[in-house]
Design a protein around this ligand. Structure first.
Ligand code: NAD
Length: 439
């Protein structure tokens, strides 16, 4: 079977038929060759090695079949020069191994960019768990098994990857992960974690909007009109911040009536207009406004929506807003719309939990520094740096942000150097793939 095109369940069955529960694909740091743990995975390694889009010399990825849950658990590691590969674990449905691997490769690199631009001493990593067919993934027992298995799997990787919360993963799930590994952040406050990051994320996005307005010579947020897609957690606090800055009007859409009701209850009538829409509705993009804020889901900026946009600035919290990064960033640029790369604007979620093992308290200056205008690595300064680089080079802000992030990602951790690669080398040398998680 061609494993690249196999379904994730078929891949699990193939491993099992060979009496295996673990596998990896790594890039040899000396030769640059992409190598698989088992001969049967050679075609998979070859598909990765020849990929031009999502593979960027990633240090590797590791997968395991969950002992209790039978799910495909994965950790993708782009680069560990700045520190341990860190990024949340996504629990999602994938049609093929290609989709699964591509998501992990793309997202781990994206996390590295976000961490580096934020000045955090972490590398780029991402966890990906493929939902198994025929199960109710809302069932707490199913979830507990998946996430306990995930914790064990992460422990087995000896700290080259540090996990966190992401799409499809809840605080309750993180509590399960934390039962089985120390290599996690974003744990519930009851266990010493940092809790809901949405307030800080909203504050960060608003600071990014202010930088964009300053760059364009459009003044402050006062009297501006804002269009929000999605009225969930981040938008609730974004609206609060915007109203406090005296915006003229906010219009928002959501597909979920309860989200609209929560916003209406809190801000009823206060310069706010909301609309319940269907998931395919893109009318919010055509609104006459100064700033468009994608705060719902990914890939909403695409050839269908970009031609509709009337805002001068697009700046929101959603991850991976561009359906195709270089293509859609270029179209926005050509339409004279300033797009603030999402990984620059929405960093506060990860900033909030990045260093929670060093202590958690309100008013932490190390966290607030990211929101201040004169901090070198702060959101405001980094945005202006990226915008002015783009204005000089003619490249898009997304391209410039990636280039700056690549430069910063190459800096070695000041204390530990590239310890992540040493751990990966150890896992390979000690036949990690032939073992199984501790019972
Ligand atoms: P959320 O789930 O609370 O809110 C998202 C809202 O978008 C939901 O109310 C949902 O119903 C709505 N929505 C979905 N599809 C829509 C559509 N087509 N049109 C209009 N509304 C739609 O999530 P959140 O915590 O507010 O995060 C918002 C986005 O920002 C997500 O993409 C998230 O991954 C990203 N993000 C969040 C944080 C954080 O701190 N919460 C940090 C970084 C990135």
């Amino acid at each position: 079977m061609e494993l690249w095109k196999a379904s994730t369940d078929e891949f699990v069955d193939t491993l099992k038929s060979e009496r295996l529960s673990r596998a990896y694909v790594v890039t040899d740091p000396r030769s640059g060759a992409v190598e698989a743990s088992h001969a049967g995975l050679k075609t998979l390694a070859a598909a990765v090695a020849t990929d031009q889009r999502d593979y960027h010399k990633h240090q590797g990825f590791f997968v395991e079949i969950g002992r209790e849950s039978d799910h495909l658990l994965g950790a993708f590691i782009h680069l560990t020069r700045r520190g341990q590969a860190a990024g949340g674990v996504r629990f999602w449905t994938y049609e093929t191994m290609e989709e699964y691997i591509r998501d992990g490769l793309r997202l781990s690199r994206g996390m590295g960019h976000k961490n580096a631009l934020a000045g955090i001493w972490w590398g780029g990593g991402k966890g990906v768990v493929a939902r198994r067919g025929g199960l109710d993934h809302r069932d707490p027992e199913v979830r507990a098994k998946v996430y306990r298995d995930y914790g064990e799997f992460v422990s087995s990787l000896r700290g080259c990857y540090v996990t966190a919360e992401d799409v499809g993963t809840t605080p309750e799930d993180m509590a399960q992960v934390f039962q089985r590994t120390r290599y996690t952040t974003c744990i519930p406050p009851a266990f010493g974690g940092s809790g809901n990051p949405s307030i800080l994320t909203a504050r960060g996005v608003v600071v990014a909007m202010e930088a964009a307005l300053q760059h364009l010579g459009m003044g402050t947020l006062e009297s501006k009109t804002i269009a929000l897609q999605g009225l969930g957690n981040v938008s609730l606090y974004t609206i609060d911040e915007l109203l406090r800055r005296d915006v003229k009007r906010i219009v928002g859409t959501d597909v979920d009536l309860s989200a609209i009701q929560a916003v209406e209850e809190r801000f009823a009538g206060d310069r706010l207009e909301t609309h319940l829409v269907s998931p395919a509705d893109v009318s919010i993009f055509a609104r006459d406004c100064d700033i468009l804020v994608p705060n719902a889901v990914g890939a909403t900026l695409n050839p269908q929506t970009i031609p509709l946009i009337r805002a001068r600035v697009v700046c929101g919290a959603a991850n991976n807003q561009l359906e195709d990064s270089p293509r859609d960033a270029r179209t926005l640029h050509d339409r004279n719309i300033l797009y603030v790369p999402d990984f620059l604007a929405n960093r506060m979620g990860i900033v909030n939990c990045a260093n929670e093992q060093y202590g958690v308290f309100a008013g932490d200056a190390a966290i607030d520094a990211h929101l201040e205008r004169d901090t070198e690595f702060g959101i405001f300064s980094r945005c202006l740096e990226v915008f002015s680089r783009a204005a000089e080079s003619g490249l898009t802000p997304a391209e410039e942000a990636e280039m700056l992030a690549d430069e910063l990602s190459a800096q070695p951790h000041p204390i530990w150097g590239n310890r992540g690669q040493q751990i990966i080398d150890y896992l390979v040398a000690s036949d990690w793939a032939l073992g199984e998680s501790p019972v």
